[in-house]
Design a protein. Structure first.
Ligand SMILES: Nc1ncnc2c1ncn2[C@@H]1O[C@H](COP(=O)(O)OP(=O)(O)OP(=O)(O)O)[C@@H](O)[C@H]1O
Length: 330
């Protein structure tokens, strides 16, 4: 579905404060019609707050939102009719079956009875939930619950879908299946706004990604453009056998090979970065002269993770750890 100017979501100057916490500190972005747009950021970055405001669940202190060209402050209902929402925690009824939950949601959207049932059955098929159709939602696994919640979010065929952390807290297989379904929905024309803290997920799924941290967007671009600066880099990872002092070794290496950069992000591992191809032999010989035993040297293909860490200063491992504490993980 196309919108005026081909912009599905237009957000300007969005701000929100909770007591002393400035959850959003002036957020601006546009999502194009048909785009799969990702908000990538750590815990507390402001992702859910943004989705809640865009979907009418919370009020902004400042800023303007247009959805499908409709000003949400003038005509929130018309704007909300264009969207489907999949919250990070399901809003479906534990006591109702999967099928009844879908029919109930369809009724809320004003769909006629025969259409509700047909659409619910079709979605149960697409999401591979036919066998569980008559079971109570409360008995579903986490992955099944997430799938049914997404099915409920698209039951009325919205032009724009908001997905808050769609694969957090579910197993690897279900997460992969969901990503495929999300990509298919997008290919069929649904504009998708998705939040995630999984860098790889954003890289695989999104057309454009906004890095959000501390309530601000610090960078936004296509995956290709974001990767441009790191693609030119040559990166090696040198693993050592013994508990050598990698910090000192990295300093020694930096003095001996001034054209290269050395980092030690984990024990026993030295990362080498350069703008030209790196010759491994001299590095290994240098380390062995220092009595450090090299167990492996690997070429690393720089990824979006490197860009994210460089732009935000937030370690990719820290993103995962924070979320796992909350009960997530992939
Ligand atoms: N209802 C609320 N009351 C008080 N503070 C809140 C409330 N909702 C969010 N916050 C705070 O606003 C900031 C942004 O939170 P938000 O939930 O938007 O982050 P997030 O990026 O979605 O993180 P997460 O991945 O944990 O959901 C955080 O500091 C959070 O503690």
């Amino acid at each position: 579905m196309g919108f005026d100017n081909d912009i599905a979501i237009r957000v300007a100057g969005l701000a929100k404060r909770f007591g002393v916490v400035q959850a959003l500190a002036g957020v601006d972005f546009n999502v194009r019609s048909g785009e799969l747009y990702g908000f990538l950021g750590p815990n507390g970055a402001g992702k859910t707050t943004t989705i809640n405001i865009l979907t009418g669940l919370a009020r902004a202190d400042a800023g303007t939102i247009h959805i499908g060209g409709i000003d949400c402050s003038n005509n929130p209902r018309a704007a909300q009719r264009l969207v489907g929402v999949v919250p990070d925690e399901s809003n479906l009824y534990a006591e109702l079956s999967g099928f009844d939950n879908l029919c109930f949601c369809a009724a809320l959207y004003g769909m006629a009875k025969p259409e509700r049932r047909a659409r619910a059955l079709r979605l149960l098929e697409i999401f591979d939930l036919v066998k569980a159709a008559d079971r109570k939602f409360g008995t579903y696994s986490k992955g099944m619950k997430r799938k049914l919640t997404i099915a409920a979010g698209i039951i009325h065929r919205p032009a724009i879908l908001f997905l808050d952390e769609p694969t957090t807290g579910i197993d690897v297989g279900s997460a992969r299946q969901l990503r495929r379904l999300i990509a298919e929905l997008n290919q069929q024309g649904t504009t998708i706004f998705l939040t995630t803290h999984y860098i790889e997920e954003a890289e695989r799924l999104c057309d454009r990604i906004a890095f959000i941290t501390g309530g601000r967007i610090v960078k936004v671009d296509t995956v290709d453009n974001l990767l441009q600066p790191v693609r030119a880099k040559h990166v090696l990872q040198i693993s050592l056998n013994s508990d050598s002092d990698v910090g000192n070794l990295a300093d020694d290496l930096a003095r001996a090979f001034p054209g290269l950069q050395f980092f030690c992000s984990q024990s026993r591992v030295i990362r080498v970065e350069a703008t030209v191809p790196v010759h491994v032999g001299p590095l290994v010989r240098f380390l062995e002269e220092k009595e450090a035993e090299v167990s492996e040297v690997r070429k690393i293909r720089p990824s979006l993770e490197d860009v994210f860490v460089e732009v935000t200063g937030i370690g990719a491992d820290a993103m995962g750890r924070e979320k796992e504490k909350k009960g997530g993980g992939q």
